[in-house]
Design a protein. Structure first.
Length: 350
């Protein structure tokens, strides 16, 4: 398939539809890409623990595909709560095999859709290969569970450098390291110290630190006062809970967009929820997945197609005539996709 893609001048992209409404959202992406004549060929793989399509062999196939394509568009791969002998989920194992260490979420308001808080422009970066993601737990005694949170200097420095490089490249003026070093003095203390060391190498970027409790309060307080959250960057170790709340502030599971580091770029939507209750009902909001796909096209230097689709999606949101239920409307996923495709034409509405 990759040879055919190259012969036709197209890019191969690994696609993991995931669980819940993931396959429906991927179908929306494929429909829009077809209408926009995007030169991309998808190498599609189904990896799901809840649908019994996950195995080490399947995981290796996905990894091989991603190593070849260097970019992937994925849906939410649901992680079951039940312990079945393996602590690390397949989603986590995939990220480890490719060393996808940086989780990047850009929270930005879209014109035309009013939420309780507008004019948001905030980027959240989180390390996702160690800390609580170390998946090291054991029962040391009957009824006593020990969960190890691993923090290393090398990976803390790496994520800090990624954050400052990102801020420099994207024209962001400030980086805030969010932590819990007042309680986890050694673990988060090391993370904080590494961030401070790296910050000294970037004198043009403002740097400060904030305890997670205070960070959540300050974000909510700023929003309550109607302040613009712009040019900001928040840097987090592992599982500190800011990302999900930010996606919710922006508009919910269908609106948050996630980005990631090279050399392999993994692009899911920002909200990490499969929305299983919407499966087959044609009500899912494809905005986040379509905008994630445009980020992917930009990474592939397909700027024209990226802008074409992103502008069409944003126009649908701004006009407001076609809105899915989560946005307060009654339109279906198919209605939204059709409207986006109609807006791909440069003279639409002229």
């Amino acid at each position: 398939q990759s040879e055919n893609a190259r012969s036709e001048g197209a890019f191969q992209v690994t696609m993991l539809p995931g669980d819940g409404v993931g396959p429906e959202l991927m179908h929306a992406v494929k429909e829009v890409f077809k209408a926009a004549s995007v030169p991309v060929v998808f190498d599609e793989h189904h990896l799901s623990e809840v649908q019994n399509t996950a195995s080490e062999e399947k995981l290796d196939q996905v990894v091989d595909s991603m190593k070849e394509s260097k970019v992937a568009l994925i849906g939410k791969i649901h992680t079951p709560m039940e312990y079945k002998g393996e602590l690390a989920s397949y989603d986590m194992r995939l990220r480890r095999k490719l060393d996808l260490f940086a989780n990047v979420v850009h929270v930005k308001s879209l014109p035309g859709y009013k939420t309780r808080h507008n004019n948001l422009d905030l980027v959240i970066i989180r390390e996702q290969t160690e800390g609580e993601y170390s998946s090291l737990e054991h029962e040391s005694a009957k009824g006593v569970i020990e969960c190890l949170k691993i923090i290393t200097r090398a990976k803390s420095q790496r994520i800090a450098k990624f954050a400052f490089d990102y801020a420099t490249k994207k024209g962001r003026s400030k980086v805030t390291a969010v932590h819990k070093a007042n309680i986890m003095k050694l673990g988060d203390g090391l993370f904080l110290h590494c961030c401070e060391e790296v910050a000294e190498l970037y004198p043009k970027i403002k740097f400060d630190t904030m305890i997670i409790d205070n960070c959540c309060m300050q974000v909510v307080a700023a929003l309550a006062r109607g302040l613009l959250l712009a040019q900001g960057r928040i840097l987090l170790p592992a599982l500190l809970p800011v990302r999900a709340g930010a996606a919710g502030i922006e508009g919910g599971r269908g609106m948050g967009v996630e980005d990631g580091p090279s050399p392999w770029l993994l692009l899911p939507q920002g909200a990490r929820h499969p929305f299983a209750q919407a499966v087959g009902r044609n009500i899912a909001n494809p905005t986040a997945m379509l905008l994630s796909a445009t980020n992917m096209l930009r990474h592939l230097n397909l700027e024209f197609h990226s802008n074409l689709i992103a502008d069409a999606v944003k126009k649908v949101i701004k006009v407001g005539k076609v809105r899915t239920r989560d946005l307060g409307g009654y339109s279906t996923t198919s209605d939204f996709v059709k409207s986006v495709i109609d807006n791909l034409h440069p003279h639409y509405g002229a």
